[in-house]
Design a binder for this molecule. Structure first.
Ligand SMILES: O=C(O)CCC(=O)C(=O)O
Ligand SMILES: [Fe+2]
Length: 202
């Protein structure tokens, strides 16, 4: 992402809890990442996602995606490059927004047709370390009627974001309720979370 873009992102987040931007400069990397994601999906490396961490509990029906962390050894070089690029955003975000972000984690997600993710926030009970959520979409040529929008539930009303390659959405993990609407075709993305050290003193 170029420096102007990072600056624009920080400026938007200084004003409000969410931002949507186009990142055309990242398209070559994102296309390689999309290729790797597709290969991982075909070879069955993505696993049905669980929500929450406590006790490994699963909430069947809340979400229908399958995921794989980008630092998994099965991932390719583009995944590693993307993870480094995301980590490279931390200093600028910390400088501009004083967020104290110490790490980033990211996973591939694939929603099969008909699957979504019910309304939620990205900070789980017992885990206060997720500060910023960032989603990058990996779907080339995504028509609006295919569905699959990310719906942000904002005080002023809902905002829908199509999961198109080159679109990036960032929001405050603990504040912004959101959901993934079902799509008529497979929907690929990378979801990332910038974390700070737990304030619970664990
Ligand atoms: O893919 C998206 O648009 C959002 C995914 C999401 O909300 C999550 O993984 O927590
Ligand atoms: Fe989420």
């Amino acid at each position: 992402m170029n420096p102007d873009r990072i600056e624009a992102l920080a400026e938007t987040l200084a004003d409000r809890d969410w931002a949507v931007l186009e990142v055309p400069e990242a398209l070559p990397l994102l296309r390689r990442v999309a290729g790797e994601a597709q290969a991982l999906a075909v070879s069955g490396r993505l696993r049905p996602a669980a929500t929450g961490r406590a006790g490994g509990r699963r909430f069947a029906g809340l979400r229908g995606d399958s995921t794989l962390w980008l630092d998994d050894p099965a991932c390719g070089p583009a995944a590693g490059e993307l993870l480094s690029a995301l980590d490279g955003l931390r200093p600028a975000l910390n400088r501009r927004l004083l967020l104290g972000l110490e790490a980033v984690e990211a996973h591939f997600a694939r929603y099969p047709p008909g699957a979504g993710y019910a309304r939620h926030v990205d900070r789980f009970a017992g885990d206060d370390t997720r500060v910023l959520s960032l989603v990058l979409y990996l779907n080339e040529d995504w028509p609006e009627e295919a569905g699959g929008q990310l719906r942000l539930h904002l005080p002023a009303g809902p905002v829908d974001i199509g999961p198109r390659l080159g679109t990036m959405t960032v929001f405050l993990a603990g504040e912004v309720e959101h959901e993934v609407l079902p799509a008529t075709r497979p929907r690929l993305s990378v979801a990332a979370w910038f974390r700070r050290r737990s304030l619970r003193g664990a």
